[in-house]
Write a protein that binds this ligand. Structure first.
Ligand code: ZN
Length: 435
């Protein structure tokens, strides 16, 4: 995430080979259209250079593996990162073929674990090929030569039928699409772990998906970038923001396998506990913007409490139990793994009035807080524990506790309709964990 914007890493899949003895051969190149579509979807594209691909993983929220003619060994590491950290992945043409090949190799490897990933590939590629050339009679329907010429793109289109209940169905919300095709190889076999979500009329596989354990990966054989297919690129960007749509309360604990990057924040608030002067990275940038907007109105706010280590939440909980008993503690303090502060998405705001920093909701702060609440959704924040919703949230009114939810639209929906996250979960898919 860079300044609150989704960063999409693109693999360089074009290899411009020169003479064999040319010291400058192996120039990896990017195709412009992909980058353009990602910008149009509101995200930042970055190119992953193939000599040190892992260096980029930390800043990427999603990946695009485009069509092309070249796969470098290290490219496959992108799959590991996408799966482990639930980053959305979109493979196009070569990218979809690579995705099917990757999961096939993992399955083949189960039969002979002695072999490495690449040895497994080498051992199987002859007897059970991963990709095959299109049969002659099918070629005319798939293998087009496309230029920027709109007519050529139009001629390269064929119909694709989409299966219900798949990512493709979710993106297009229709059962048939007409899309341009440009390939001579097809996926020869599909591993059990992948779902085939669409085919052409001649049966050719046009998309595969991997959604196990919270992963979110889609590979398509056609070329959405040629037709300004905003739906598919918007999906990629929106899914990157979905990780912020989680529900944590007294009933639901923080879902497992969440990937959040926590960064240090420098607060002016004198009462801040340095151990809690931390936030999730996109929250950090959103909060800086919010602070600036408040300043423009003459209000000074800063961080009182941000990310909290689970061990600290546990310590806090046990201490209050000892001091005030379990009943009181349950009313006011979250159990470990049940506090939003343990995600890095919640911040307690303190305010400075006439040179005095204050955090509790006293009279002087009312005007400041009501202005704050009127603008937070513009920065992706909601008021998590509103007045009059104590029965639903399980907490008293906390004007200082803001929660980042990822998208402004979602935050506005909640704030404009005076909802809680609990109520929003009736109409939005939120991630939560009971166990
Ligand atoms: Zn709080």
């Amino acid at each position: 995430m860079i300044k609150g914007k989704v960063v999409v890493g693109i693999l360089p899949t074009y290899n411009l080979k020169n003479e064999d003895n040319d010291p400058y051969q192996d120039k990896a190149s990017f195709v412009r259209m992909y980058e353009q579509r990602i910008i149009e979807a509101g995200a930042i594209p970055i190119g992953l250079l193939n000599n040190n691909i892992e260096n980029y993983f930390d800043i990427c929220d999603a990946y695009v593996w485009p069509g092309g003619n070249s796969i470098q060994k290290d490219f496959y590491k992108v799959f590991e990162d996408a799966i482990k950290n639930h980053k959305p992945f979109l493979g196009i043409c070569l990218g979809m073929q690579a995705m099917a090949t990757y999961f096939n190799i993992l399955e083949d490897n189960k039969k002979n674990k002695e072999l490495s990933f690449y040895e497994t590939y080498e051992a199987n590629k002859e007897s059970k090929p991963y990709l095959v050339r299109l049969e002659e009679e099918k070629i005319s329907n798939h293998s087009h030569y496309v230029t920027k010429d709109e007519e050529k793109i139009e001629n390269a289109k064929h119909k694709v039928k989409i299966e219900k209940g798949t990512i493709m169905d979710d993106i297009y919300k229709t059962d048939t699409i007409n899309v341009p095709s440009m390939h001579t190889y097809i996926v020869a076999r599909v591993p059990k772990s992948l779902t085939i979500s669409s085919r052409t009329e001649d049966g050719t596989i046009e998309s595969v998906e991997y959604t196990k354990n919270g992963a979110c990966m889609l590979g398509v054989q056609y070329h959405p970038e040629l037709i300004k297919d905003y739906k598919i690129f918007n999906w990629l960007v929106e899914r990157s923001l979905d990780k912020y749509k989680i529900l944590v309360n007294k009933e639901y604990k923080i879902p497992n396998n969440l990937y959040f990057k926590i960064v240090t924040y420098d607060s002016k608030c004198p009462s801040i506990d340095k151990r809690e002067s931390l936030m999730e990275e996109s929250v950090y940038y959103a909060f800086l913007e919010l602070k600036k907007a408040m300043k423009e109105k003459g209000y000074e706010i800063d961080l009182q409490s941000g990310y909290r280590y689970t061990i600290d939440q546990e310590e806090l909980f046990n201490r209050i139990v000892e001091e005030k008993g379990i009943e009181h503690t349950n009313m006011f303090v979250a159990k470990p793994r049940h506090s939003e502060h343990e995600t890095g998405l919640a911040i307690d705001v303190c305010a400075c009035i006439d040179g005095k920093w204050n955090f509790e909701s006293d009279e002087d702060l009312n005007i400041l807080f009501s202005y704050l609440h009127s603008i937070i959704s513009d920065y992706g924040f909601i008021l998590r524990y509103p007045k009059g919703k104590e029965d639903i949230t399980g907490y008293g009114y906390e004007p200082w506790h803001l929660r980042y939810v990822g998208s402004k639209e979602f935050a506005k929906e909640i704030m404009d309709n005076n909802l809680t996250l609990e109520e929003a979960s009736n109409s939005y898919t939120l991630r939560y964990s009971k166990k």
